[in-house]
Design a protein around this ligand. Structure first.
Ligand code: SAM
Length: 237
């Protein structure tokens, strides 16, 4: 099966309408990603078919959960995952792609411009700094492969309004990580996390999304500034 056919089949498996422009935008994104990856560290994936299965279709699974008119943030977006696939698939939802590395944000802004997307912007900042000016400014957040859930929740939940939802994309086996983050999530204003398992369309790769609904404001002292992503997490064991 060609990359285009694989992408079309995977997107058709989603319970939502796919914008007519989406497949061409994904293929253009893939070309740009692999080309830029030759001179900059954007992804460990170098095969175009794997870009579709391991990046695009994995991230696309969150798209049916996005709500028209809402404003979402992708914390630690890297080369745009999961936020850019979601912006392609959900033109009526607004996205901010946040990352601490300037070169990745420059790549994303060039790509957003080339794809003609009007519902997404890329911002260079550390989440801890960004939260000072954008506290509770988002209806929801998404994140994949950035940090352990305890620390990731501290970086992300302060940006989400009370009543909003944080979707953390995780490996299939994440029960221990979720259990260890329970106290931190509670302190940060989140309800107990729910783990939802899924398989990526076409490839069948098993994955999980951790769903955290924010039920109370996050105390003002969070997030703390982490010198390194491996710093001692809040409520960590
Ligand atoms: N989410 C992408 C994915 O799934 O491919 C990228 C994952 S990459 C392993 C982690 C990214 O998080 C890096 O691009 C890094 O610069 C970013 N990051 C780490 N700590 C951050 C922070 N405190 N604020 C913003 N971005 C951060």
């Amino acid at each position: 099966m060609t990359g285009r056919a694989c992408l079309e089949q995977g997107l058709q498996a989603l319970p939502m309408d796919i914008p007519a422009s989406a497949v061409d935008q994904f293929l253009e994104f893939s070309d740009r990603l692999l080309e830029k990856n030759k001179v900059m560290n954007l992804t460990a994936v170098t095969d175009p078919d794997e870009v579709i299965s391991r990046h695009f279709l994995d991230c696309a699974v969150l798209a049916p959960r996005m709500i028209s008119g809402e404003k979402m943030i992708d914390v630690g977006t890297g080369a745009g995952f999961p936020g850019l696939p979601l912006a392609i698939l959900c033109p009526d939802t607004q996205f901010v792609l946040l990352d601490a590395l300037r070169k990745r944000i420059d790549f994303l802004n060039e790509t957003i411009e080339a794809l003609g997307l009007r519902n997404v912007t890329a911002v260079h900042a550390r989440a801890e700094e960004f939260a000072k000016e954008h506290r509770a400014a988002f209806d929801g957040a998404v994140s994949r492969a950035v940090a352990g859930l305890s620390m990731l929740s501290e970086l992300t939940l302060p940006l989400v309004r009370t009543g909003g939802v944080f979707y953390a994309m995780k490996a299939e086996q994440c029960e221990d990580e979720v259990a260890a983050a329970g106290e931190a999530i509670r302190i940060l204003g989140g309800a107990p996390a729910a783990i939802e398992h899924y398989t990526v369309p076409v490839s069948g790769i098993p994955r999980a999304v951790v769903v955290i609904r924010k039920t109370e404001d996050t105390p003002a002292k969070y997030p703390r500034r982490f010198a390194k992503i491996s710093a001692q997490p809040l409520g960590g064991k």
